[in-house]
Ligand binder design. Structure first.
Ligand code: SAH
Length: 362
């Protein structure tokens, strides 16, 4: 048995069931055995492939968005260009290269910040960005960033933050907990205490037994921190992730290992554990700060920023094999049956500031 599995079982045996959020936090971020602390999650040799790892065009278009956000904020300098949860550093590398072409000098005048919770991944990012333009600084927390206008991006960050789950039982809604089954393995159990109905959506009243609802205080807290900074210091934020634009019931907790679905309890610390992001909840948090929050699908976002045109430009001087590869990348990033519809985008800016591709046509 893995050391983490053993530790969690002993904890539950001694102190009782833990929340799904605590289970998820231990599996992902445990200092000795957590997934992001110890593993190499990304790419063909890892467990999953993310958009920046699929194509350089993703980071190029996010750079175009970031540059527009900076211009719309009145071109403040100094400013901070930050990424939260940069994984292998590929998105920032593609962004810095593109920004340097858009505006020579921008990447040396801006303060480039990498916000990364995992020291091991921060080392990988340092190596990745060592030879490129710009001199990033690493932070383990958004709160440590200098108080300056902030343009911040994050891809597949929110899905990795823990969720709490509630389940409808014969005795009403209860928190869904991780306990121990009769065989000694992990099992979902219903919490003892009733829960505050204000946490549940209206359709919860009619939901059948077994229905599940998810909330993520950790995600909302991170969005709250981002929105607080943008409201106070100016700037904009862009987050991309899989999830839904409208809130709803459903159990979306999933484990992925070696590019295949895994049992939630099968490999704690050795499988990625995520859930779908509720974009409406994030937009609500931003709106509470008086900010503009716009959401759309990844497909609409990338196509609106010129994905097809960029692929055409890259392919124009290249051979048929490269054009074929680019067509495949466009399909994976924006195709409705690939990432185009499943992945969503939220863009947060100051009230009245509409950023591309959301800007009303002139
Ligand atoms: N953005 C990358 C990696 C996505 S995986 C890509 O698209 O390929 C999630 C990343 O977020 C990892 O780098 C993980 O260590 C980091 N992370 C998770 N929670 C975080 C937090 N609260 N603050 C900063 N980084 C976090």
């Amino acid at each position: 048995m893995s050391a983490l599995k053993d530790r969690l079982k002993r904890l539950i045996a001694a102190a009782g069931p833990i929340s799904v959020a605590d289970y998820m936090a231990a599996c992902l971020f445990d200092a000795q055995a957590g997934y992001y602390t110890t593993r190499e999650p990304f790419g063909a040799a890892g467990d999953f492939t993310t958009a920046p790892e699929i194509s350089q065009m993703f980071g190029e278009l996010v750079a175009v968005w970031a540059y527009s956000a900076w211009k719309a904020a009145g071109r403040p300098m100094p400013m901070v260009l930050a990424e939260i949860g940069p994984g292998r550093g590929t998105l920032m590398a593609d962004m810095l290269r593109t920004l340097d072409r858009l505006d020579a000098g921008f990447v040396t005048r801006a303060r480039i910040a990498m916000v990364e919770a995992s020291p091991r991944l921060a080392d990988i990012q340092r190596e990745r960005l060592a030879s490129g333009r710009g001199r990033p600084t690493w932070f383990c927390d958004l709160a440590a960033l200098p108080r300056l206008p902030l343009v911040v991006v994050g891809n597949e960050l929110f899905d990795a933050l823990p969720v709490r789950q509630f389940v409808r039982t014969a005795r009403g809604w209860r928190e869904r907990m991780v306990g121990l089954g009769e065989d000694g393995g992990f099992a979902f159990v219903a919490g003892i205490a009733g829960i505050d109905p204000a946490l549940l959506p209206p359709e919860a009243a009619e939901a059948p037994e077994g229905a599940v609802f998810e909330v993520s205080p950790a995600r909302e807290a991170l969005m709250d921190a981002v929105a607080t900074r943008i409201a106070a210091d100016g700037g904009a934020a862009l987050f991309i992730d899989y999830g839904h634009l409208r809130p709803g019931l459903g159990d979306t907790l999933q484990a992925v290992r070696d590019h295949a679905y895994d049992g939630i309890f099968a490999h704690p610390g050795a499988a990625d554990l995520t859930s779908h992001v509720d974009f409406a909840a994030l937009a609500h948090v931003a709106a509470m700060h008086g900010l503009e929050a716009t959401t759309t699908t990844q497909g609409q976002f990338l196509l609106g920023l010129g994905l097809i045109e960029r692929a055409g430009a890259l392919g124009a001087a290249a051979g048929e094999d490269v054009r074929e590869r680019l067509r495949g990348e466009v399909e994976r990033l924006a195709g409705p049956d690939a990432m185009g519809n499943l992945f969503k985008v939220i863009c947060v800016s100051r009230r009245g500031v509409r950023l591309p591709p959301f800007a009303a046509p002139a």
